[in-house]
Design a protein around this ligand. Structure first.
Ligand code: SF4
Length: 435
């Protein structure tokens, strides 16, 4: 059976492409052409058919929320609740990243709880199972790894972050540059680097890349090329090791597309604001404009507790310059496993960032809602303001919690409401949109 990219190349608009076109208000053939060119991907799975979400050039920037158990906190019901909370808060995709407890069980329960496309990182379960089976994660063998990828695909995964781009050459880059300020921060990346160093062998996900693609193609799953050497400190951003892995991932994106697999490329991580644009331009140029999935990025290392805000600032920039999917960051980042409230805050912060980024990515169509909001504020039309708000329930709740004396104003300025006073002064000068 053909994948989305193969159907698109054959000239066929699939139901998923038609749904994406309708959701994004773009022509169906535009989506088909972009999917055929590998510039849009639609995470899918023949066993599950999740809600169709398009990721890529010409479409709204999407937000991913990641949940999952840790080895310290294993609560299946809590992970299901977080998955539902992420969906309700407006996440476009979900990653199930458990590393504690019964990994098959939590994956299946989370997938059953939402209709979003769900992704994961197969290396987590592979190394967990090798540790449980052999007492040593480095005893993982390639057959076990490929079996786990297939099992997870059969459960309904729609996209998989797979660390194919880490190889012996990237480890050499890391050593020759004298390691790093912030070290390595990707769980899957570190585990694979350790496996290669202990076994003295090439990463099987790189050496047998065609096998990875063949499994994912069978289920029509998107292959997201993991960023195992992403910088975990702004001073490591765009260093030689990270750029080396990006270069390999961009090569693999082209190879995977040629094999008929939908391909995403993953990016950092921690990046100062003035390096974000360059990183994105490099990825787009080297990958033939494959969709780019960025983890924020976080532009400073010193705000634990507020990393969702820091990441939103980075993500507004990254989406502006062409990132297509941004992974949320929660207030718990660098501190603890996120709880349900952290998940909600993280999704909302990322949605603000994506919205602001899109206003600049697509200036022709991205600012009308803001103009309408301005007029509603000027006219003290509260109902209209709530209708236009990105999070209307939150806005209503704040206003309702502090009711003003004059219902036209709010308790911020009360009798000194500038909008009310100025509206009276200039009410005969209003000229519709020219104001
Ligand atoms: S009271 Fe102040 S903040 Fe509130 S609507 Fe009037 S001008 Fe705006």
């Amino acid at each position: 059976m053909s994948t989305q990219i193969e159907h698109a190349r054959q000239g066929l608009v699939t139901p998923q492409m038609a749904a994406v076109a309708q959701n994004e208000n773009v022509p169906e053939d535009f989506v088909r052409q972009q999917v055929a060119a590998g510039k849009i991907v639609i995470p899918n799975n023949r066993m599950r058919n999740p809600h169709p979400v398009g990721i890529g050039q010409g479409l709204r920037t999407k937000v991913n929320a990641s949940i999952g158990t840790s080895s310290d906190i294993i609560d299946y019901a809590a992970e299901v609740a977080k998955a539902k909370a992420a969906q309700n808060a407006g996440a476009d995709t979900l990653m199930e990243l458990s590393v504690g407890g019964d990994l098959d069980r939590v994956r299946r329960e989370v997938i059953a709880a939402v209709d979003l496309p769900v992704g994961n990182v197969p290396l987590y379960q592979a190394f967990c199972e090798a540790a449980r089976t052999y007492g040593d994660p480095n005893k993982l063998d390639a057959e076990m790894l490929f079996d786990i990828i297939e099992r997870q695909c059969a459960d309904g995964m729609a996209f998989m972050a797979i660390h194919c781009g880490i190889n012996l050459y990237t480890i050499e880059r890391l050593r020759k540059q004298g390691y790093r300020y912030g070290g390595l921060v990707s769980k899957g990346g570190v585990s694979m680097v350790a496996w290669m160093m202990k076994n003295g062998e090439e990463n099987p996900l790189y050496a047998q890349f065609d096998r990875v693609c063949a499994i994912l193609k069978k289920y029509d799953v998107v292959l997201s090329l993991g960023n195992g050497l992403r910088a975990g400190a702004i001073h490591d951003s765009n260093d030689r090791a990270m750029v080396q892995e990006l270069l390999i991932n961009c090569e693999l994106a082209e190879l995977g597309r040629d094999m008929g697999c939908q391909m995403l490329v993953e990016g950092p991580g921690h990046v100062p604001l003035d390096e974000i644009e360059a990183n994105i331009r490099l990825q787009k140029r080297m990958s033939g404009e494959a969709p780019y999935y960025m983890l924020g990025p976080i532009p400073t290392d010193i705000v634990p507790g507020y990393d969702h805000i820091s990441a939103a600032i980075g993500a507004a920039q990254s989406s502006r310059y062409g990132a297509d999917l941004i992974c949320y960051i929660t207030p718990a980042e660098h501190l603890a496993l996120p709880n349900e409230q952290d998940v909600i805050e993280g999704v909302k912060a990322a949605r603000v960032a994506a919205y602001i980024g899109d206003m600049n990515k697509y200036p022709a169509k991205g600012r009308e809602r803001d103009k309408e909001m301005s007029k509603a504020r000027r006219d003290l039309n509260w109902q209209k303001q709530f209708e236009l708000a990105l999070f209307p329930d939150d806005a209503r709740a704040i206003r309702a919690s502090r009711t003003p004396e004059d219902e036209k104003t709010c308790t911020m300025c009360g009798d000194f409401c500038a909008s009310r006073g100025a509206g009276e002064l200039f009410k005969h000068d209003l000229r519709g949109d020219k104001i």
